[in-house]
Design a protein around this ligand. Structure first.
Ligand SMILES: C[S@@+](CC[C@H](N)C(=O)[O-])C[C@H]1O[C@@H](n2cnc3c(N)ncnc32)[C@H](O)[C@@H]1O
Length: 211
């Protein structure tokens, strides 16, 4: 399953950022970027599933250092090129469901558009909890069809299939803010903020603190 997933995402690495703009639309990507710009002093950051680095560059402006990780070598290659001018980003391969980072190593864990594609989101959140320092920040943003009208959902589905074909078996795309809150509270994070961003297409944005 891991190899299958790696191969699926790897195929789209070169065009992923453009595909994402086409599928989700520039408006939601801009809404996420604007929200991320409100973050301050993120310190030592680990990003899971960085893809081609679309949001990594925003986070890097708010952090001392970012380790941007992904399962796919092809995605990491593209990220390495696109992020080369940033002195404070290190690119590294890691499976977010089973990393080898030491406990309490990071100030912030950043996860963008990954929770809906991983096999076991609770495992990713547990891993995040373990590698965060005490009072560390969990920052999750995830595309969702929750709150979208039927017509927009249909159009989104067609745009997705056109660009990325059938998603891996574990994709789930209806995550509500309440569901995400219950996921992270289960792992002992205290939720500081959760909101649904976007108009036609949407994303859930959550800030949680390691309790
Ligand atoms: C939907 S893309 C999001 C990319 C990026 N975060 C963004 O928002 O532009 C999901 C990414 O997660 C990666 N991924 C999937 N499963 C993973 C895992 N178990 N560990 C690390 N990365 C994973 C994929 O290779 C892909 O690059």
């Amino acid at each position: 399953m891991r190899e299958q997933k790696e191969e699926y995402w790897g195929k789209f690495a070169l065009t992923y950022d453009n595909d994402q703009e086409y599928i989700a639309g520039k408006a939601i990507l801009q809404a996420i970027t604007t929200k991320l710009h409100e973050e301050r002093d993120l310190g030592e950051v680990i990003e899971f599933g960085c893809g081609a680095g679309y949001f990594t560059k925003v986070i890097a402006g708010k952090a001392r250092h970012v380790i941007a990780t992904d399962l796919s070598d092809q995605m990491l290659e593209v990220a390495r090129v696109q992020l080369q001018k940033f002195q404070n980003i290190t690119i590294q391969k890691a499976n977010c469901e089973d990393t080898s980072f030491p406990s309490e190593r990071f100030d912030t864990v950043f996860i963008a558009n990954l929770i809906h594609v991983v096999e076991n989101p609770m495992r990713v959140l547990q891993e995040s909890h373990q590698i965060l320092k005490d009072r560390g920040l969990l920052l999750v943003v995830d595309f969702t069809s929750y709150g979208m009208n039927w017509f927009e959902k249909m159009k989104l589905g067609i745009r997705y299939l056109k660009k990325l074909a059938m998603p891996p078996r574990h994709s789930r795309n209806k995550l509500s803010p309440d569901e995400l809150v219950s996921f992270v509270e289960n792992i002992d994070f205290k939720v500081e903020e959760v909101r649904l961003l976007g108009d036609k297409t949407k994303a859930v944005y959550l800030r949680g603190r390691k309790a």
